[in-house]
Ligand binder design. Structure first.
Ligand SMILES: O=C(O)c1ccccc1NCC(=O)[C@H](O)[C@H](O)COP(=O)(O)O
Length: 253
C-alpha cells in the first residue's frame, strides 16, 4: 500500500496551522485574482514551487522574487506560491516576497482544512487561497468559502471531478479550479479536466490546473476553448521562464 499523499499533506497543514500566526503582513494592498482572470484573452497563473511529491526538485536554487518578476515580464496574470514546507520545500514568507516583487495578485497554495487556518493566509499577505474540495467534506467547504470572504481573501476552490465541481458550485464558488492531477494517485488527465472547465456555468471563472507540458498541447487546449490556466512544472523547468511564458501566450491557436 503506497502513501496517501493527500492525508500527509493535510496533516502537515493541520500541524503547522494549529497555533495562530506569529507574524503578519496585513499592509499589502489587495489585488484581485478574480479580476485578473476575468480579463479578455488567455490568462495564466504562473507557479512558484520548489519541488513536488510527483516530480521531485523542479528549481534549485529557488529565488521566488526573481522568478515572479520573470513571470510578470512574461505576461502572467497572477502568481501561485506553493508554501507547504515539508513535501514542496515551500515557505509562507515567499508570499510577501512575491507581493513586494510584482504588482500581480498572489494565490497561496497550501493545505488549509479548517476555517481558523485561514488566518495564516491573511498573515502571509495572500490575495487568494486554495481550498481543495476533496479535503473539505460536507458543509466545511461552504464554511471555508464564507470565512475567506469575511477575511477579504478570495477562495480558489479546487476540484477534480464532477462531484467536486457540483459541491464547489453549491458552496458558492465563483473562482473554480479543475486540477487535472488526482492528488492521491498523481494520475494526470488533462482532457477530462478541460472538459469540466468548458462545462462550467457562465459567471464562474474556471481555471485548468496542472499537466500543461508543452506549447503544442497548450495551443490545442486553447483551441478547444480553455482560457485560464495554472502552470507550474513546465515553466519551472525552463532556463528562461519569462521566454517560455511569452512563448505560450504568443502561440497560434
Ligand atoms: O504537484 C504535485 O505533485 C502535487 C501533489 C499533491 C498535491 C498537490 C500537488 N500539486 C499542486 C498542484 O496542483 C500543482 O502544483 C499546480 O496545479 C501546477 O501543476 P503543474 O503545472 O503540473 O506543476
Amino acid at each position: 500500500m503506497g502513501k496517501n499523499w493527500l492525508e500527509l499533506l493535510v496533516a502537515s497543514g493541520t500541524a503547522r496551522f494549529a497555533e495562530p500566526p506569529k507574524a503578519s503582513n496585513p499592509e499589502f494592498p489587495r489585488r484581485s485574482l478574480l479580476q485578473a482572470l476575468s480579463e479578455e484573452g488567455v490568462r495564466i497563473i504562473a507557479e512558484v514551487k520548489r519541488q513536488s511529491p510527483s516530480a521531485g526538485v523542479l528549481r534549485e536554487p529557488m529565488d521566488p522574487a526573481g522568478l515572479a518578476r520573470a513571470y510578470q515580464r512574461g505576461g502572467a496574470a497572477a502568481i501561485s506560491v506553493v508554501t507547504e514546507p515539508r513535501y514542496f520545500g515551500g515557505d509562507s514568507r515567499w508570499v510577501a516576497e512575491v507581493k513586494q516583487a510584482t504588482s500581480l495578485p498572489v494565490l497561496q497554495k497550501d493545505f488549509f482544512s479548517r476555517p481558523e487556518h485561514l488566518a495564516h493566509g491573511l498573515a502571509s499577505g495572500a490575495d487568494a487561497v486554495l481550498l481543495i474540495a476533496r479535503v473539505l467534506p460536507g458543509s466545511l467547504l461552504s464554511e471555508m468559502v464564507a470565512c475567506c470572504r469575511e477575511l477579504g481573501l478570495e477562495p480558489l476552490v479546487e476540484t477534480h471531478n464532477e462531484e467536486d465541481v457540483q459541491r464547489a458550485l453549491d458552496a458558492g464558488a465563483t473562482l473554480l479550479g479543475v486540477n487535472s492531477r488526482d492528488l492521491a494517485t498523481f494520475t494526470v488527465q488533462v482532457e477530462a479536466a478541460a472538459a469540466l472547465v468548458r462545462g462550467l456555468p457562465s459567471g464562474v471563472v474556471g481555471v485548468l490546473e496542472s499537466g500543461v507540458k508543452d506549447p503544442g498541447q497548450f495551443s490545442q487546449l486553447v483551441a478547444q476553448g480553455v482560457r485560464r490556466f495554472l502552470i507550474g512544472e513546465y515553466l519551472l523547468r525552463q532556463e528562461e521562464p519569462e521566454r517560455a511564458l511569452k512563448g505560450l501566450l504568443e502561440a497560434r491557436w
